[in-house]
Ligand binder design. Structure first.
Ligand SMILES: Nc1ncnc2c1ncn2[C@@H]1O[C@H](COP(=O)(O)OP(=O)(O)O)[C@@H](O)[C@H]1O
Ligand SMILES: N[C@@H](CCC(=O)OP(=O)(O)O)C(=O)O
Length: 371
């Protein structure tokens, strides 16, 4: 099983706040240095690595002399802006010691939800990797609001793995991996060595964040593994406090918890659709249309009985049954107001109804992913 990580040529490594800041005590430069050394060694083997690093808020809090994480968004954003400077400065120094350039990339949820920006982010990242640069990614905390937040960097790590079609996502944290229960509260909990990322039982075992400085906890790591698996990436959750965890995992050692992907990679576009967290609206389908989608056909206007939301051509929308069940999601060829005008009507009438026709389908099957 562990050959899955050994064989990975393109990896996303995520390091959490607790590790990066040594539980909030300020940037742990020694730890950063150790990751840089290991990533440099992986590079030398011809692998490409993207680093998703948390720690900006915690580092900023420390610089500003705050001992408690504030609740107000603007204060968190201010702390992140201060801390991100120190974070990238420390990484740049650590990697330059190994002759590697770094690049800072700050992303928001909207960047990955917008089709054009998604494609831009993807091509910038793959270009950087081809140039031998180590991209260092964090959420763009300065501009995010609650609605557009990834919130935790486990989710961001998984989306980056989808974005660049990584083969492995390695999540380093302050525990050895996934335990049968939170080891902080249950000393009898045992470590899970490996299993299918999609196995729903893991969600019940995982709890929230361990410390006041982290966001996600184990549950976001499990969901990140599920998300990564949808694009064929295997996830490993391991302790960042072990000696050389990245090198040992890349050598095939059975460290931490491996949550492997069992499906083949979806096509890049379908991946993006499957991970599209924010949808612009809903199309409510009749039973015939719902059945057609499930058997892999395109969505035609005739099967749409209601249009919800306000969206433009090209937006991602959910296709739902009258009962609310999501059957599929996809990129719609017509705006919401156009959809309302052509709903329940055969495709042959679209030109008459609108005065023009873009596509005969409302959503083409190539631009759709079934749930
Ligand atoms: N089943 C579990 N197995 C391991 N850790 C768990 C589990 N449930 C909850 N946790 C907690 O998740 C924490 C790791 O997540 P988090 O604090 O968000 O760290 P990070 O900053 O690395 O993302 C652990 O310290 C642990 O207390
Ligand atoms: N963007 C935030 C990271 C959010 C966060 O705490 O994530 P995590 O450490 O994964 O729980 C920061 O840099 O502080």
């Amino acid at each position: 099983m562990r050959t899955k990580i050994r064989n990975a040529r393109r990896l996303v490594v995520k390091v959490g706040s607790a590790l990066v800041t040594n539980n909030g005590a300020g940037l742990d430069k020694e730890a950063l240095g150790a990751w840089a050394r290991q990533i440099a060694a992986l590079h030398a083997e011809g692998r490409q690595v993207v680093l998703v690093s948390s720690g900006a808020i915690a580092a900023g809090m420390q610089r500003l002399g705050w001992s408690k994480r504030p609740h107000e968004m603007h204060q968190l954003q201010a702390a992140a802006a201060v801390g991100q400077m120190g974070l990238v400065e420390a990484y740049e120094k650590a990697f330059s010691g190994h002759g590697l350039h770094t690049a800072q990339i700050l992303l928001t949820h909207e960047d990955l939800a917008d089709r054009t920006r998604y494609l831009n982010a993807r091509s910038t990242l793959t270009t950087l990797l081809a140039l031998g640069v180590v991209p260092i990614i964090n959420e763009n905390d300065t501009v995010v609001t609650d609605e557009i937040k990834f919130g935790d960097n486990d989710t961001l790590g998984a989306l980056v793995a989808n974005l660049i079609e990584a083969e492995a996502l390695i999540i380093l944290t302050d525990q050895q991996g996934l335990y049968t229960a939170d080891p902080r509260s249950d000393p009898a909990a045992t470590l899970i060595s490996e299993g299918r990322a999609e196995d729903r039982r893991y969600e019940a075992m995982a709890g929230g964040a361990g410390t006041g400085i982290s966001r996600g906890g184990m549950i976001t790591k499990i969901r990140a593994a599920q998300r990564a698996a949808r694009s064929g990436a295997h996830t490993c959750i391991a302790s960042g406090r072990e000696r050389d965890p990245l090198l040992r995992l890349a050598a095939g050692e059975a460290l931490g918890t491996l949550l492997y992907a069992s499906s083949t990679p979806l096509q890049a576009r379908k991946q993006w659709l499957a991970d599209h967290l924010q949808l612009a609206g809903d199309l409510v389908l009749d039973d015939g249309a719902a059945a057609a989608l499930k058997s892999g056909r395109s969505l035609l206007a005739v099967g749409v009985i209601e249009v919800r939301g306000d969206f433009e051509r090209g937006a991602a929308v959910a296709c739902r049954t009258l009962g609310g069940e999501e059957v599929a999601r996809g990129l719609v060829n017509y705006s919401a107001s156009e959809c309302r005008r052509i709903a329940r009507r055969p495709s042959t009438e679209i030109e008459n109804l609108l005065g023009y026709i873009d596509e005969p389908e409302l959503i083409h099957r190539d631009n759709m992913v079934c749930r």
